[in-house]
Design a protein around this ligand. Structure first.
Ligand SMILES: *Cc1c(COP(=O)(O)O)cnc(C)c1O
Length: 390
């Protein structure tokens, strides 16, 4: 069946739906990126980004995917052969570890079961065992988009501090920034990695590094080969409102608008909205009699929920039915979770009724695909939203 009326529901956990205000802001003529109007744009965007990352330090913007910003964080702060400690939280942490290995870093991975976040106690014990302080960076994915589990970054910071280890703390916030509470400066993060296409409500195409003073100092000694990703020339050109190479001009128009929208709503309210929608989604999943993948109550993601299917049911078939019949895209299980879970994105440009529509499509699709569920999920979510509004 081919659905023609209404809008497609893009409920994957990124790229997310782009608000009309942002689309309109981008639909403007591209300007001279070396002219005075551009300098004003750069300055406005950089000023607006600081609060979003929770930093008073520099934020570097790349015309890149999030993967580029991962690479940038590593090549600017490390030297060939340096040891880095990574926590396996799921598919994305695994990709970042593999990238680090290909760059010639010695990667030590703390294994995980893809249902929990990074374990601060295990990080502390690995660092305590590193008496010669050879580990130069600890890398953690804040919100593991493949599992819907959010790691507790303040506890990871406390783990580094407790053993007095000088390693840098590098954090991937690609699917948490502007959706889940995050504070680069206050939490003592050295490099925060982000991308445009998730909580920031933009199309794909921008990558970000927020940089601490300690990371900036480390970058002066870091010997990894780098050119395109080098922070130095970008930060220097940004002072005057420019970039060393052609930036993503129209995406920057969109970024300025998205930051304005976040400021109007207020970040605490943005985070609370995401938590409320995540909790309502879990209420629905449990009412259906299904299981949420995240196994720790402290680590449920505000951006997405991963739903486990009962044995013998294929999550990709459920997603196919939902796309065909209801014109809604849901996230697939990635890596070892392929076919076992689907992921409901509830981040970015999203409200109560988007949630109810999304869950309505999931409930009908599960039934249509023959997955044995109890019918009350949507009602449980409505009930949760009604209670939360009191
Ligand atoms: C989406 C995502 C990435 C990859 O970003 P790309 O823009 O696809 O390169 C990395 N990490 C996390 C946590 C993500 O959600």
């Amino acid at each position: 069946m081919h659905i023609t009326g209404g809008r497609h529901f893009l409920q994957i956990p990124g790229p997310t739906n782009v608000p009309d205000r942002v689309l309109r802001a981008m639909a403007a003529p591209t300007i001279d990126h070396r002219g005075p109007e551009f300098a004003e744009l750069t300055k406005a965007v950089l000023a607006a980004l600081g609060p979003v990352f929770g930093t008073g330090g520099p934020v570097v913007i790349y015309p890149s995917s999030g993967t580029g910003a991962w690479e940038a964080a590593l090549v600017n702060t490390l030297s060939p052969g340096d040891r880095v400690l990574m926590s396996e939280t799921g598919h994305f942490s695994t990709l970042w570890s593999e990238l680090a290995g290909r760059l010639g870093l010695q990667v030590e991975v703390i294994p995980g079961d893809w249902r929990h976040g990074a374990d601060p106690a295990e990080i502390a014990s690995r660092l305590a065992a590193d008496e010669r302080q050879e580990i130069k960076a600890v890398c953690v994915v804040h919100n593991e988009t493949s599992t819907g589990v959010t790691s507790r970054i303040p506890d990871v910071r406390a783990a580094l501090d407790a053993v007095g280890h000088p390693a840098l703390l590098l954090v991937d916030t690609i699917s948490s920034l502007a959706s889940i509470d995050y504070r680069h400066d206050e939490w003592g993060v050295d490099v925060t990695v982000a991308g445009s296409q998730k909580g920031l409500m933009l199309p794909p195409g921008l990558g970000f590094n927020a940089i601490s003073e300690k990371a900036l100092a480390a970058s002066r000694a870091a010997a990894m080969p780098r050119s395109y990703w080098d922070w130095g020339p970008i930060i220097a050109a940004n002072q005057r409102g420019f970039f060393p190479y052609t930036p993503g001009t129209n995406l920057l128009y969109g970024l300025r608008e998205a930051c304005a929208m976040l400021a109007e709503e207020g970040l605490p309210d943005v985070f609370a909205r995401h938590q409320r929608h995540a909790a309502a989604t879990r209420a629905a999943v449990r009412a259906w009699g299904l299981e949420v993948l995240c196994a720790d109550e402290r680590e449920h993601s505000g951006s997405l929920t991963a739903v486990l299917l009962p044995d013998g049911h294929d999550a990709d078939e459920v997603r196919r039915v939902i796309l065909d019949r209801y014109d809604m895209s849901l996230g697939a299980g990635l890596g070892r979770l392929a076919g076992k879970i689907f992921r409901i994105g509830h981040l970015g440009h999203f409200n109560d009724l988007t949630l109810i529509g999304t869950l309505g499509g999931v409930q009908m699709g599960l039934q249509l695909a023959g997955v044995p569920i109890k019918p009350g999920g949507v009602e449980a979510a409505v009930e949760h939203l009604r209670e939360a509004a009191r």
